[in-house]
Design a binder for this molecule. Structure first.
Ligand SMILES: Cc1cc2nc3c(=O)[nH]c(=O)nc-3n(C[C@H](O)[C@H](O)[C@H](O)COP(=O)(O)OP(=O)(O)OC[C@H]3O[C@@H](n4cnc5c(N)ncnc54)[C@H](O)[C@@H]3O)c2cc1C
Length: 540
């Protein structure tokens, strides 16, 4: 295998995405003896939200604390999670943190009182630097700045690799034929400007949908975070110490939900971290230095001075929905295709509540490791296919006259970013969005395309549109308020809707219910949700 000069590579396992999920997947596959290629849209080790900031983990040592945490979270997530999966993730995360300490030599601190490793908090840049090194040492071939554009399938309809381009080499194409593929391309934040999510445009969702994959929990995609109004810096841990004020300095409240409600009503909101104890302020600076950067740069002392804030959508990145997982190996509904991290649904451990803040990071480690090992097993049995063809899809035409990417992205953002579209939903606004987005999907094959950089943007535009459609259809079907999904026309939780919603097909987005009260990791019983299947759109 060659690094970046070869355009045709055969591998056992291809991993798409080099964030935490992708690097753990690549490592697990390489440790299982596979020849592994990892392709990242950016630079593996610095790309994505984890590499840009701190990463808290759902990390608990074995013991009674775990059962209590699982019970608590199961309730908070609207009873859609599965305690068995939650315990699995806690177990695996505990092992991987140990792995990172021993093999990655990550310099974890130790709690002086308990003598325990402080495994629940990682500095993102240091974490991902060490992950890159571990992956590299395991013999993985890393293709940096090499976005994947479409999947390959073999003659049996099994996913068998991908194609993409090398951004740093004149957008030369690359093709990797592989016995199995792990998708780890992150969630979709709709290019909202949120911290580190510029690469999270839903490319993997689009490629998987084109291969026929199903999604779950896409309605749980309405995570917003507060950032200083002039920046996308959405690290929000310290907002718990904030008091919120209007622009006359009148106190509005001290919780984020109140701040969001005022912002929804168009009231300018300012924050001041005046509830942080003076003795803790230095420690706060040391633990998340990047939180303070935009404020320091603006010359604002956030403990004593107010600063304006805005709400920034983080979509499925700090949400929950993604590719439906069909078993404990993190397989998807498409043979040969595995999913890990934010591209996959995290309902199994978070239900309908945001997974950002610790669960997503633990899920990325665990699902990455499981999917990588499973992909290696799958590839061993199947081997590298002799023949594989690109699946094709919207935006892949190299026609330089198809230049509507900017307006497609603008339309998607109009129907996703405003608080009135995603934070609070109604049937009316969702139907309006569905009509506009489905219409756009019918014209997308004609208007999206381009060469080189424009081709990559066109595919991202198609991906954003595809994800927005899956989200809107699922959100319309969930006629209740549950977890982060809030319907102002259905403000209560409906016990009869305690099931997952599975979306599929881009030509005609279908939504069906899956599972009963607890759902099942193996799929569980499924039934159609009456009247929610989309009737519009014509293209996959
Ligand atoms: C501001 C912020 C703070 C967060 N803090 C926490 C936290 O403290 N704890 C927590 O649990 N979670 C947190 N999260 C959630 C966090 O996103 C996940 O924990 C984690 O980053 C998911 O890892 P991932 O590998 O699945 O995706 P990402 O980290 O998003 O990585 C995806 C990778 O895929 C690559 N990629 C994308 N498209 C392509 C393509 N077409 N071809 C090839 N490569 C591609 C990207 O370049 C990127 O490297 C936070 C999210 C945000 C936005």
């Amino acid at each position: 295998m060659s690094g970046t000069d070869g355009t045709e590579i055969d591998a056992d396992v291809l991993v798409l995405g080099g964030g935490p999920a992708g690097t753990w997947a690549a490592l697990a596959a390489a440790r299982a003896g596979s020849r592994v290629v990892l392709a990242d849209k950016g630079y593996c080790g610095t790309s994505g939200p984890t590499a840009s900031g701190g990463n808290n983990l759902w990390y608990l040592p074995p013991g009674p604390e775990r059962a209590a945490a699982v019970d608590r979270r199961h309730v908070e997530g609207g009873l859609l999670s599965e305690p068995a999966w939650m315990h699995r993730v806690l177990d695996e995360t505990y092992r991987r943190v140990d792995d990172l300490a021993v093999n990655g030599r990550y310099p974890f601190g130790v709690d002086p009182e308990t003598g325990r490793r402080r495994g629940g908090s990682l500095q993102g840049p240091e974490y991902m630097r060490r992950m890159r090194r571990m992956v590299h040492r395991a013999g993985v071939c890393i293709l940096d700045q090499s976005p994947a554009l479409q999947l390959l399938i073999d003659t049996d309809g099994v996913v068998a690799g991908a194609t993409g381009v090398h951004r740093r080499q004149g957008y030369e194409p690359w093709t990797v034929r592989a016995g199995a593929v792990v998708l780890a391309t992150g969630g979709c934040a709709f290019l909202s400007g949120s911290f580190g999510t510029d690469v999270d445009t839903g490319d993997g969702h689009l490629m998987a949908a084109e291969a026929g994959a199903e999604f779950s929990g896409m309605e749980f995609s309405s995570a917003y975070a507060l950032a200083p109004s002039w920046s996308g810096h959405t690290k929000g841990l310290f907002m718990q110490f904030a008091t919120f004020y209007d622009d006359q300095g009148a106190r509005l409240g001290d919780d984020r939900a109140t701040a969001m409600r005022y912002l929804l009503d168009g009231v300018p909101v300012h924050a001041r971290l005046d509830r942080a104890h003076p003795d803790h302020r230095d420690l706060m600076r040391r633990s998340q230095p990047n939180y303070f950067l935009p404020l320091d740069k603006a010359g604002i002392d956030q403990f004593t001075e107010m600063y304006p804030v805005r709400a920034v959508l983080e979509g499925t990145v700090r949400g929950t929905g993604g590719l439906r997982i069909t078993g404990t190996d993190c397989g998807t509904s498409v043979p040969g295709l595995f999913a890990a991290g934010d591209v996959a649904t995290r309902e199994l451990i978070t239900g309908g509540r945001s997974g950002g803040g610790s669960h997503n990071g633990a899920w990325a480690m665990s699902s990455g490791s499981w999917s990588g090992a499973a992909a290696a097993r799958f590839a061993r049995q199947r081997g590298v296919p002799d023949a594989a063809r690109p699946i094709g899809g919207v935006g892949l035409e190299g026609d330089p006259d198809r230049t509507a990417t900017r307006s497609i992205i603008g339309l998607v953002q109009e129907h996703t970013l405003p608080l009135g579209r995603s934070f609070r939903r109604t049937a009316r606004s969702l139907q309006d969005s569905i009509a506009a987005l489905d219409d756009a999907w019918t014209v997308a094959p004609v208007v999206l395309g381009g060469r080189g950089r424009e081709l990559v943007r066109a595919r991202s535009g198609a991906a954003l549109l595809a994800v927005a459609r899956l989200v809107s259809h699922a959100a319309l079907a969930r006629t209740e308020t549950r977890g982060m999904h809030v319907r102002t026309d259905h403000p209560d939780t409906d016990p009869g809707l305690r099931h997952r919603l599975v979306t599929s097909s881009l030509a005609r987005v279908d939504v069906r219910a899956e599972g009963g009260p607890a759902g099942r990791a193996d799929g569980g019983p499924a039934g159609r949700v009456d009247g929610v299947s989309a009737r519009r759109g014509a293209n996959r």
